[in-house]
Ligand binder design. Structure first.
Ligand code: XIL
Length: 330
């Protein structure tokens, strides 16, 4: 097991943003805001299999290189997302049925991708969303090509390979819905703990847990369960990152000032709860500008008003959410 580097007292928590390639290329204000306001850059989709491996026999690093070279030029830290996910895979990958073939593909992928950016990508989401959406009714594991073909060992394989490809990069398990007080979330927290424990028992390096933190404005933060979960992680020597922060505002009132206030208040409730137990390794929002957020498509509002999940509005006007994040990251 790697020993986590203790946070330096008083040192600011880095603020990061995930970067979508299309606006990155087309909205010069996005680059400007990244340069001015972020410490960490995360390619939002460019490192996923669907982007890198659209064709089976050819890697396409063009999008990832573009974002990563920009980040390096501007002295930003880079977080990689993600080496294994059940979603955003090319169709040819989802069609693989042979365990030997799939393991070889994963080995080749991680060796080439982590190897290419070794020493440049500081931390990686090695596995993303491997816990079932609802472990109460579905069992611990998320279905999909990795689990269906390789079984639970897909997680061990991925962490081993990532550590070999870049022994210095920090290896994370990343997942969502870990912060409310439902039984489903409690089971999801327990699933993460059991996966981490299994890796540690086998001496497979794991550095931290990423809380995606796609927060639902209408849900209470489950303070007790979340803090217990974070304490367990801390006791196991793991660090915690906030990796995909945004606030889903589909059930909030339409009024913009009111909505922005409640969005920020939800993030504050969450960050406060986390900070009482651990100082996160970074706080990253899943984009910067409302216009380019995945929430626009995935969590539309009944009244048709535009969702406002991120720190800046469509005109790059700073919102209360950014002030809140900044309070916790400096
Ligand atoms: C989303 C991106 O934001 C979208 O642009 C893309 O179309 C689909 O994926 N959890 C994750 C992220 O781990 O990779 C997802 O990102 C959002 C949910």
């Amino acid at each position: 097991m790697l020993t986590p580097i203790p946070a330096v007292a008083g040192m600011a928590t880095p603020y990061g943003a995930a970067v979508h390639l299309h606006p990155f290329r087309n909205d010069p204000n996005l680059k400007r805001h990244l340069v001015e306001h972020t410490d960490v850059v995360v390619p939002m989709n460019a490192l996923k299999w669907a982007s890198l491996r659209y064709e089976k026999r050819r890697f396409d690093f063009s999008g990832a290189d573009e974002i990563i070279e920009f980040a390096e030029k501007n002295k930003k830290t880079i977080h990689g997302h993600a080496l294994l996910w059940y979603h955003a895979n090319p169709a040819w990958l989802d069609a693989v049925r042979s365990p030997v073939e799939l393991e070889n593909l994963l080995a080749d992928h991680i060796e080439k991708v982590v190897g290419r950016y070794a020493g440049r990508i500081k931390s990686w989401d090695v596995v993303n969303e491997v816990v079932a959406h609802d472990p109460v009714s579905q069992g611990l594991w998320r279905g999909g090509v990795w689990y269906d073909v390789l079984g639970p060992r897909h997680v061990e394989i991925a962490f081993r390979l990532a550590a070999q490809a870049d022994p210095k990069t920090l290896l994370f398990i990343n997942d969502y819905d870990l912060e409310d007080d439902s039984l489903r979330t409690l089971k999801r927290q327990q699933a993460i703990l059991s996966i981490v424990r299994n890796l540690q028992d086998k001496n497979i390096p794991i550095y931290g847990v990423g809380l995606q933190a796609h927060l639902y404005a209408e849900r209470q933060i489950g303070i007790r369960n979340l803090q217990k979960f974070l304490k367990s992680l801390k006791a196991m020597g793991l660090v915690v990152s906030i990796t995909e922060l945004d606030v889903i505002d589909w059930k909030l009132p339409r009024n913009i000032m009111e909505r922005d206030r409640l969005v920020a208040a939800k993030a504050e409730e969450f960050l406060d709860t986390v900070h009482e137990v651990v100082k996160p390794q970074m706080i990253t929002s899943w984009g910067m500008n409302d216009a380019y957020s995945w929430i626009q498509e995935v969590f539309p509002r009944d009244d048709g008003a535009m969702p406002r999940p991120l720190p800046f509005d469509v005109n790059w006007k700073v919102k209360p959410l950014f002030e809140t994040i900044r309070r916790f990251s400096s």
